[in-house]
Design a protein around this ligand. Sequence first.
Ligand code: F6P
Length: 326
Amino acid sequence: MTQIKCIGILTSGGDAPGMNAAIRAVTRSAIYSGITVKGIYRGYRGLITDEIVEFKTQNVSNIIQMGGTILKTARCKEFQTPEGRQLAYDVIKHEGIDALVVIGGDGSLTGARIFATEFNFPIVGLPGTIDNDLFGTDTTIGYDTALNTIMECVDKIRDTATSHERLFFIEVMGRDAGFLALNGAIATGAEAAIIPEISTEVDQLAELIQNGFRKSKNSSIVLVAESPITGGAMALAERVKKEYPGYDVRVTILGHLQRGGSPTAHDRILASRMGAAAVDALLEDQRNVMIGIRNDEIVYVPFSKAIKNDKPINRELLNTLRRLSI
Ligand code: F6P
């Protein structure tokens, strides 16, 4: 059993609301157990360049309510090379770090997995991404906040869409996953969600759009997940305009505003529980696992499963959206 005296913590990849709550939880639960904590700035890049500071409990005061990440984040190309990872390992040894907690999405946990295997080094991951595309956890840190942001934005667009009797295509993030688009559509009473997991033909879509104009709303809203598979909102709008010139079509791309803002209670609690669980996992000699919460219980998900990119969309949700948009 490894004796862990010092944990390093970093955030990597796209930031997500709730990452600060997770940093706070890891720091405080580690200190509570007598373990030193070191904050690593700018993700894996900071590991290579040795941007590392010891964190005391006051370093994480007053951050639970803040969006973004106080540790900053980066997508580090150098860490993808064996030479870069060797440099990172040298810094880890020099800093006396015995284990890492990595908070990030798919790419970040893939990097963690490779590093942990290469150097036989203990790493526990936390799912930090608005995309919700990590397998083995019901939701990821940041997803609920992004969903609520989408809901607020779409509600506002509905006001103007109804006044002008327009059809809006609204593009939301999610990389290759449709969770934000599908649940965003249900939460806002949108007419349809176009997601990479399920193909929708243009004439099928036209029928759904027509539902919006038939209803008292007098407008139609389609949420489109960004993805090469859906083609994005702009391309879809062009196709619909060409085939159905009668519609007054507008496009809104919500973009990075979906990544900011104060985390919801759900994300703060999720991040706090997961952060504390990461320290427990390391003390139990777990490694190469991501912390998940399934059916309200903490679970350890091997990295290999979490990042396989096959978290399924719940088809019942799609059915619900269709039934409720008639
Ligand atoms: O993975 C999170 C995410 O916000 C995706 O939804 C999106 O495709 C991507 O990051 C955008 O990345 P960047 O901020 O580097 O443009």
